[in-house]
Ligand binder design. Sequence first.
Ligand SMILES: NC(=O)c1ccc[n+]([C@@H]2O[C@H](COP(=O)([O-])OP(=O)(O)OC[C@H]3O[C@@H](n4cnc5c(N)ncnc54)[C@H](OP(=O)(O)O)[C@@H]3O)[C@@H](O)[C@H]2O)c1
Length: 340
Amino acid sequence: MRCAIIGYGNVGKASHILLSQKAQYIKQAYGVEIRVVAVADIMGSAIHEKGLKPEDLIPYAEKHGTVALSDYGLKGFIGPELLQKVKPDLVIEVTPTNIVNGEPGLSYIMTAIDIGAHVVTTNKGPFALKYREIMDKAKKQGVLVKLTGAVGGATRVLKYAEKCLAGEDIEDVRGILNGTTNYILTRMEEGISFEEALREAQRMGIAEADPTYDVEGIDAACKIAILANALLNENVTVHDISREGISKITKEDVAEALKSGETIKLIASAKELSVKPARIPVNHPLNVKGTLNAITFQTKNARELTIVGPGAGRFETASTVISDVIDIIESLRRGLSEQG
Ligand SMILES: NC(=O)c1ccc[n+]([C@@H]2O[C@H](COP(=O)([O-])OP(=O)(O)OC[C@H]3O[C@@H](n4cnc5c(N)ncnc54)[C@H](OP(=O)(O)O)[C@@H]3O)[C@@H](O)[C@H]2O)c1
């Protein structure tokens, strides 16, 4: 299976390393040889039909800031043209999230589908804006698009629902989908103000210099829009999600909730199409601390099931890329090419 990795940052590099580590296992277990024949970052690409190895490419990428200056590098050769030339079987799309127009991920994904390549991505932007359009196009073309790492990181909520809740009626999916805000709220429970907790999160590298995307609930809104589309058969975008962030919550609010045996969490709900702070009992399964994510499936027969785990991290997220790749290989072996 010839792969192209588009985006060679945290998740791109970690995915390349894990793919290389798991190549032997995948060959033995599934009889499929994985070969990374192209890698791209914003400045260019590297293309090598015999396969690019992470131990060769990453030092170049780290030294020069691009793969384009490596032995097989092509400066400036990126974008849909790259995929059209290389024609990989699988595109691993891990470029930055953009929720204004989904680019550059959207064009890469659409081009991959056009050329008949399967797609694995961790980029929520294109799906928070054009979920149905992408999935309908993939179905028409008979290719698979897997985006496990885009929602809840390593928790794999999409895959859990697809594999373990098949045939179940999912009535709601609700929970904590943003680790940064959960970290801030956790620290506020320990007695510091919103501003202090935010500065601390920025120092630790878990909040951006402009924290709006996290603290105003935009990131969680993107993810809940995707879950609503994928699991509740909605046809919504991030703009359909009603949203309130945590920037108006004070440490006094948090302390007062604690006195009543409750905690304040930023809760997203796929049924309500909302993201807002809510008080939940301290012994509730969604009361997780720090940067953890926690998602509860409310189902008709299995009732409530909660998954807890890391919502981010480069290897944590790259591990979802590997499981999506294996998922695609298994589907192809079974001769299925329809979206699950
Ligand atoms: N990191 C996590 O823990 C995590 C968790 C869940 C989901 N995600 C999602 O996964 C995706 C990747 O995250 P990341 O942390 O790896 O981001 P990152 O470190 O910023 O890497 C993004 C990569 O994409 C490249 N890029 C930008 N524009 C491009 C273009 N037009 N063509 C080709 N490559 C381009 C960047 O190149 P330059 O470096 O040269 O600009 C960089 O190599 C994002 O959508 C993110 O939201 C990340």
